[in-house]
Ligand binder design. Structure first.
Ligand SMILES: [Zn+2]
Length: 312
């Protein structure tokens, strides 16, 4: 929040319609509760493991923490274990550029760039992510097996409910504008001890622990310059009944009449629990990263070689 106060005069560009839908898909995946927990989250880490962003109307640059890159790949890129539902953002494919790895959906506008990620970092992260998955030998990396067209299983779901692919997508993505607004202002949540996002029909559920209270968060999201027009519908009792008693406040953006953001402010008790479970992930990750970070050649694997031939 201090950062906001230091730069009060810089409005955040609004994403195009296609860009908002892509950002909704991205936020869903990196807001999943396991995302931050698995990479070895520590108190004070930035929200969603994002160091900084650069929002533009038709693109969003994201600087993901290097140690969270394996989870980012696992969360965002579509993969398939035959017989189960594909994971990741349907239709998303990577392209290596001098600036980073650009992620866009086949046949649709809009782009998210994992800024600063070079080929070597990508390969390391991919190799690490394969080691920590349940069925690495069974997992199809759809951007390798289907670089230009979607896998039939991927396409079936995309055509049934993803805006841009589905003939009628009302009801599935009515919170896209709100998702984009939140993702483009994730820095509001710097200082939280945990944050997670999921969607319900017509709403984004945004839950955080530690950090600012409802008034500060809503004030930033609705800030006349930095934020977006909207209103808070539910009464806030953060300071009436104790710091951890006020749980849920609804925020409506004018730009998103079809849905609202449920601001869920969690209590302090979760932090200890999260830190314990995260410690295990940190130790495992540390063992995985040690040889790579030390500059030793990573053990070659089929998946690593797959990454090598990624289109440039
Ligand atoms: Zn409150």
């Amino acid at each position: 929040m201090d950062r906001l106060r230091r730069f009060p005069g810089r409005p955040i560009p609004t994403g195009s319609v296609a860009q908002r839908h892509l950002e909704l898909q991205v936020l869903r995946r990196i807001g999943f509760y396991g995302f931050t927990e698995r990479y070895g989250w520590k108190p004070g880490d930035p929200p969603f493991a994002i160091d900084w962003i650069r929002p533009m109307p038709n693109s969003l640059d994201i600087a993901v923490r290097p140690d969270a890159l394996p989870e980012a790949i696992g969360a965002l890129l579509p993969m398939l274990v035959p017989g189960s539902e594909p994971t990741g953002v349907r239709g998303l494919r990577p392209r290596l550029t001098p600036h980073g790895v650009e992620l866009s959906r086949i046949g649709l506008p809009g782009m998210v760039c994992l800024r600063g990620v070079r080929l070597r970092a990508w390969q390391r992260a991919l190799d690490i992510s394969m080691k920590i998955w349940d069925d690495p030998d069974e997992t199809l990396l759809l951007w390798r097996t289907h670089p230009d067209v979607m896998h039939p299983d991927e396409e079936d779901i995309a055509r049934s409910c993803d805006a841009g692919y589905a003939p009628a997508s009302e009801g599935c993505d009515d919170v896209a504008a709100a998702a984009s607004i939140v993702l483009r202002r994730q820095m509001i949540f710097r200082g939280v001890t945990d944050i997670r996002v999921w969607t319900n029909p017509g709403s984004i559920q945004l839950e955080w622990y530690g950090g600012d209270d409802h008034a500060a968060v809503a004030g930033a999201l609705l800030d006349p310059v930095f934020g977006m027009p909207g209103s808070v519908d539910a009464p806030c009792t953060c300071h009436d009944s104790g710091a951890n008693r006020c749980w849920s406040v609804e925020l409506d953006f004018v730009a998103n009449p079809g849905g609202y953001v449920n601001l869920r402010r969690g209590g302090a008790d979760w932090t200890d629990r999260l830190e314990q479970s995260s410690e295990k992930a940190r130790q495992r990750r540390s063992a995985e990263l040690r040889p790579a970070w030390a500059g030793l050649p990573a053990a070659p694997s089929n998946h690593n070689r797959q990454g090598l031939s990624m289109s440039v």
